[in-house]
Design a protein around this ligand. Structure first.
Ligand code: SUG
Length: 453
C-alpha cells in the first residue's frame, strides 16, 4: 500500500460570478436568472469552505478561475475590433453569448476532469481527462484552460498524464468527476470506479424511458472512453444509468443525488435505474477487488427525503471526507440544516448502528448554491502519494498564511455586486485580468492565461 491521501482541489470563484440562468435542468440556475450576485461574498464563502476542510485535516488545494469574459471565444463568434468594442457589440446584439462567455462556471471543478489515482492505472501514473462539458455552451468553453491549468500543476510527466477531452458532438457529453465515484478501503488502495451516465449517444438503449423535461448531460460512451483512456480494467469499473425521473427532478449530475468516500456510498433510492442492481454490482466488484471487505451502502428512502427535497437542499452534494483522525465527516450545505426533514434524517443517520459518519458540519455557500453549485461541486478530488504531492508547486496548497493572502486578494479585487449590464464593462475585464495575474504569482503557477502570453 502506498501512503496516499485525497487532496481536495477547490475552484476559486472568479470575479465575474453572476446569475444568467444558463443551465436548463439545473433548477437553482434557472430560478435565479437575472438576480444580482456578489462575487466577493461568493469567493469568500468558497475560501471559508476550503479552510473548514483544511481544519478537519483534509489536504486542501486551489484551482485558479478562468479568464472571463472569454474574449477569444467572443472573437471566434465573429466579434471584432478593440476589446471594449467586442464587449459592447456582444452585449447589444447577442446578450446570451456575452452571458455565456462571462460565466464563472469554471468554479465548479467537480466538472473539470475525471481523475484516476496511480494505484488504479496500469502505468502507475495519475490520469486526468478534462471534461468536454459539451451539453452547455458556457461550460463547453472550459476544457482548454482546464487542461492548461492541470498541466501547470501536475507537470511531472513521469507521474501524471492529462489526456485530451473526450471528442464531443452527437450528444457525447462528459461532465467529469461529478458523475464518477471511486470506492476503496483506503484512498491509497485499489479503487472501484463507478461511472454514472444519463443516456447512450449511439443507441436508444436501456429499458427505462428518457427524461422528458430536461436533457441528460453524460453519455455512456464518454464515461467508457475515460475509463479506457485511463487504462481501467473491466474488473474495477461499474456503469450505472441515472434515473430519468431524477434528471427531470433537477438532478443534472450524479453528485446531486449520491456521494461516496472510501468504502461508503450514500445515495438516494431513486438515483439510478435499478438502484438495487447497481448496488449488487458494486458489492460484487468491490468484493473481488478486496476479498473479505464489504461496501457500506447507505440508501436514502424517498419517504425520508424526496427527490425534490434532495435537489432543494443539495444533501447529496455534501463532501464526505476522512479526517485526520480517521473518522468520516459530512460537510453539508447550510440548506440541509434549515430543512426540517433533511436535518432529522441526518440526525438519525449519525446515530444509526454501523454508520461510519462521526459528524455533520454545515457550510454557507449561498452564492454558489444559487447557481446549483454545492460543496461537492466546488471540489476536484485527487488522490496523491506523498511522492506525487511533492512534485506539485507548493503554492497551490491552502496553508493558513495562503488562506489569509487569498482572502486579502479577493477583498482587493472583487466587486460586491454584479448584474448583467456589468458584464460588458471593459473595467471588469481589466480588474479580472489584474486579479488573475496576481493570483498566478500567489499560487506560484507561472503564466497560464492567454492574456499573460
Ligand atoms: O453546470 N451551474 C453549473 C453548476 C455545476 C454544479 N456542479 C456539480 N453538480 N458538480 C452547471 O449547471 C449556472 C450558471 C448560470 O446560470 O449563470 C451553472 O453553470
Amino acid at each position: 500500500m502506498s501512503p496516499a491521501a485525497e487532496v481536495n482541489f477547490d475552484g476559486l470563484v472568479g470575479p465575474t460570478h453572476n446569475y444568467a440562468g444558463l443551465s436548463a435542468g439545473n433548477l437553482a440556475s434557472m430560478s435565479h436568472r437575472g438576480t444580482r450576485s456578489n462575487p466577493r461574498a461568493a469567493a469568500l464563502q468558497g475560501l471559508a469552505k476550503m479552510k473548514r476542510l483544511a481544519d478537519l485535516g483534509v489536504p486542501q488545494a486551489v484551482l485558479p478561475p478562468h479568464e472571463r469574459p472569454a474574449l477569444a471565444t467572443l472573437r471566434a463568434l465573429g466579434f471584432t475590433g478593440r476589446e471594449p468594442d467586442v464587449l459592447r457589440a456582444a452585449a447589444r446584439t447577442a446578450p446570451a453569448l456575452l452571458a455565456a462567455c462571462a460565466s464563472a462556471s469554471n468554479m465548479w471543478v467537480a466538472n473539470a476532469a475525471t481523475v484516476s489515482p496511480s494505484a488504479d492505472t496500469p502505468d502507475g501514473r495519475v490520469h486526468f481527462t478534462p471534461a468536454n462539458l459539451a451539453s452547455k455552451f458556457h461550460r463547453a468553453i472550459e476544457p482548454a484552460q482546464t487542461a492548461r491549468t492541470l498541466r501547470a500543476i501536475f507537470r511531472d510527466a513521469t507521474r501524471f498524464v492529462v489526456h485530451e477531452p473526450v471528442p464531443a458532438g452527437g450528444g457525447c457529453g462528459d461532465e467529469g468527476a461529478a458523475n464518477h465515484t471511486r470506492l476503496t478501503p483506503r484512498h491509497g488502495a485499489r479503487g472501484l470506479h463507478l461511472f454514472v451516465y444519463g443516456h447512450r449517444a449511439f443507441s436508444a438503449g436501456g429499458a427505462a424511458a428518457r427524461p422528458t423535461r430536461f436533457a441528460s448531460r453524460q453519455a455512456f460512451e464518454a464515461s467508457a472512453a475515460v475509463a479506457r483512456a485511463h487504462g481501467l480494467s473491466p474488473q474495477q469499473v461499474v456503469y450505472a444509468r441515472q434515473h430519468p425521473a431524477a434528471i427531470d427532478a433537477g438532478v443534472f449530475h450524479n453528485d446531486v443525488i449520491a456521494v461516496g468516500n472510501e468504502q461508503v456510498l450514500l445515495y438516494h433510492e431513486n438515483a439510478f435505474v435499478d438502484s438495487r442492481g447497481v448496488i449488487a454490482a458494486l458489492r460484487r466488484t468491490y468484493g473481488s477487488l478486496h476479498p473479505g471487505r464489504t461496501l457500506t451502502a447507505l440508501p436514502v428512502p424517498a419517504r425520508r427525503v424526496s427527490l425534490r427535497q434532495a435537489v432543494r437542499t443539495y444533501l447529496f452534494n455534501s463532501q464526505l471526507v476522512t479526517t485526520e483522525t480517521g473518522g468520516m465527516v459530512l460537510v453539508a450545505p447550510a440548506d440541509c440544516e434549515e430543512e426540517r426533514t433533511v436535518k432529522a434524517f441526518l440526525d438519525d443517520l449519525l446515530t444509526a448502528p454501523g454508520c461510519p459518519l462521526r459528524a455533520v458540519q454545515f457550510v454557507d455557500l449561498r452564492e454558489s448554491m444559487r447557481n446549483g453549485g454545492g460543496p461537492a461541486c466546488l471540489r476536484l478530488r485527487v488522490v496523491l502519494t506523498a511522492a506525487e504531492r511533492n512534485t506539485l508547486p507548493p503554492g497551490v496548497f491552502l496553508t493558513p498564511s495562503r488562506y489569509d493572502a487569498l482572502v486579502a486578494w479577493v477583498k482587493r479585487h472583487y466587486r460586491d455586486r454584479l448584474e448583467f449590464s456589468d458584464l460588458a464593462d471593459p473595467a471588469l475585464l481589466e480588474e479580472s485580468r489584474r486579479a488573475l495575474d496576481q493570483l498566478t504569482t500567489l499560487l506560484g503557477l507561472g503564466p497560464i492565461y492567454d492574456f499573460q502570453r
